[in-house]
Design a protein around this ligand. Structure first.
Ligand code: C5P
Length: 297
């Protein structure tokens, strides 16, 4: 019986700029995205019908989630893909700004491609993934990329030097459409410097990358959820100079160039934020090894 196990990595945005609202309702963005080692695990196996098993009470156990939509999409395109059981071990907080749903979706596309030898290129998988969500193509590509358009156009960037993160996800989630809908671009004077981050990546200068961190969506999310702003301030006061909200939030992360500093900071804030998560950048080799196949002979 064919089976695939896929490690589905979360992402953070090192920089996120919003350029304009488009006619189709989406926003034109420019963002540097980075995969991190916080990950869900997905197991795909053949079954009498499509079926999702998950340890998360936040994922609807039906076809109405991105992982199962990815199964259906592949079955519609490729008749040789049989009904599949998806077992999802959820570690990435949901509605958190960490692409948790998108990375599960990407993992299913990657897994099915390998299980059934479909031979789809990365670009072809990214095109399929874009039908399901703006962040899915990055989750297929990665681990460090510039995302433009509505976020679905991916250009690889030089590998990010190792960076270490402490993430805190508030108990509530935020809705991405609401965050974009609340954004008043005409009232924003300072945009983050995406190019400074890209230059830092080209130079392999970790500190320059951290100094360039910025997220335009903070304006909107902080207005909708003032507690996220408070969380950011409290995390900075706890002893980190580089603190940022990821994506549309509400997760806030503190970033460090040294592992030891991140570990120390994690120990300091864990009593205050018991859900805090220690993580680090994912490299290309880790991404290349994320799909494991079993029982294919
Ligand atoms: O593409 P995705 O399904 O992740 O987007 C969810 C929603 O977020 C969109 O329907 C849109 O309201 C908003 N969005 C946006 N501009 C983007 C990405 C998302 O306005 N670049």
């Amino acid at each position: 019986m064919k089976q695939a196990k896929i490690t589905a990595y979360a992402k953070i945005n090192l920089v996120l700029d919003v350029l304009r609202k488009r006619e189709d309702g989406y926003h034109e963005v420019s963002m540097v995205m980075q995969a991190i080692d916080l990950a869900d695990t997905i197991v795909l196996e053949e079954a009498p019908r499509n079926w999702l098993i998950t340890d998360s009470k936040y994922i609807p156990p039906n076809m109405n989630n991105l992982a199962m939509k990815a199964v259906t999409l592949m079955q519609n395109h490729f008749k040789q893909v049989p009904p599949l059981q998806v077992t999802l071990q959820k570690r990435i907080p949901v509605a958190a700004g960490l692409a948790g749903g998108s990375t599960d979706c990407a993992a299913v596309l990657l897994g099915i491609n390998r299980m059934y030898g479909l031979g789809l290129s990365q670009t072809e998988l990214e095109r399929l993934g874009a039908e399901l969500g703006s962040d899915v193509p990055f989750c297929i590509g990665g681990p460090t990329a510039l995302a433009t358009g509505r976020g679905e156009k991916i250009e690889p960037l030089p590998p990010c030097p190792p960076l270490f993160f402490v993430l805190v996800k508030p108990s509530f989630g935020v809705s991405t459409p609401k965050v974009y809908g609340n954004l008043r671009l005409d009232q924003i004077r300072r945009h983050p410097d995406v190019q400074a981050c890209i230059d830092g990546l080209h130079k392999g200068n970790a500190l320059q990358i951290l100094d360039a961190m910025g997220n335009l969506l903070e304006y909107s999310t902080f207005q909708l959820q003032p507690n996220v702003k408070k969380l950011k301030h409290s995390m900075a006061e706890a002893g980190c100079a580089h603190v940022l909200m990821s994506g549309s939030g509400p997760t806030v992360f503190a970033a460090f160039t040294e592992q030891q500093q991140a570990q120390q900071y994690y120990k300091t804030i864990k009593p205050v934020y018991p859900g805090a998560i220690l993580s680090r950048t994912v490299n290309k080799t880790m991404l290349e090894e994320r799909v494991e196949l079993y029982g294919n002979e």
